[in-house]
Design a protein around this ligand. Structure first.
Ligand code: GAR
Length: 202
């Protein structure tokens, strides 16, 4: 059974989908802890499942590195096999990436390498894209630049605004994330091999 820690910053709707999936006895992964960099609403989803939560407030540290050191220590308590960034809106310091790579994945609401960064949905709309997408990637030292583990296109519809487009992307993200975690758990997806590859869909 693969053990997973999830890090969030916000509503945690993708986290909730993963919690629901992991509640199925046939699903090969279990969520052992959920952490956040702020008082994220999504922590309540973990609490509803009786899963331990922790908070390492970014605002409480002098530097990103100091915050990352504490985050790393909190993660180590739970000894997860895999760390999932599910809407964590912070760049991890390199030391934390190094500590967990390649066992750390991120979800992103765009078809990477298109529209990386904190505003993937907004940037796709601003660029006038007719399609965008959802991606699950390995975390590396860059901004959404790690090898792509899974991705799928989502069309941009006439009249789409950021909220509506994001709400259509999220169900795709959830499906991809649940599938990636399952494939890691069953051994179908080898993260060591993926990390050695260039950015391409495996
Ligand atoms: C998700 O769409 C996730 O991909 C995005 O934040 C949202 C979190 O939603 N992450 C990023 O944009 C990271 N660059 P949720 O809190 O409802 O799951």
């Amino acid at each position: 059974m693969l053990t997973v820690a999830v890090l969030i910053s916000g509503a945690g709707s993708n986290l909730r989908a993963l919690l629901d999936a992991a509640d199925d006895p046939d699903y090969p992964a279990r969520i052992v802890a959920v952490g956040a960099d702020r008082e994220a609403d999504g922590l309540a989803h973990a609490e509803a499942y009786g899963i331990p939560t922790f908070m390492v407030p970014y605002a409480g540290f002098d530097s990103r590195e100091a915050w990352g050191t504490e985050l790393d220590e909190q993660l180590r308590v739970w000894r997860p096999d895999l760390v999932v960034l599910s809407g964590l809106m912070r760049l991890l310091p390199p030391a934390v990436v190094e500590a967990w790579a390649p066992r750390i994945v991120n979800t992103h609401p765009a078809y990477l390498p298109e529209f990386p960064g904190a505003h993937g949905v907004r940037d796709a709309l601003a660029a006038g894209a007719t399609q965008t997408g959802a991606s699950v990637i390995l975390v590396d030292d860059g901004v959404d630049s790690g090898p792509i583990l899974a991705q799928e296109r989502v069309p941009v519809l006439p009249g789409d605004d950021e909220h509506h487009l994001h709400e259509r992307i999220k169900p795709v993200e959830r499906r991809l994330l649940i599938d990636v975690v399952r494939r890691v758990a069953t051994g179908d997806l080898d993260l060591v091999a993926a990390s050695a590859s260039a950015s391409r869909t495996l």
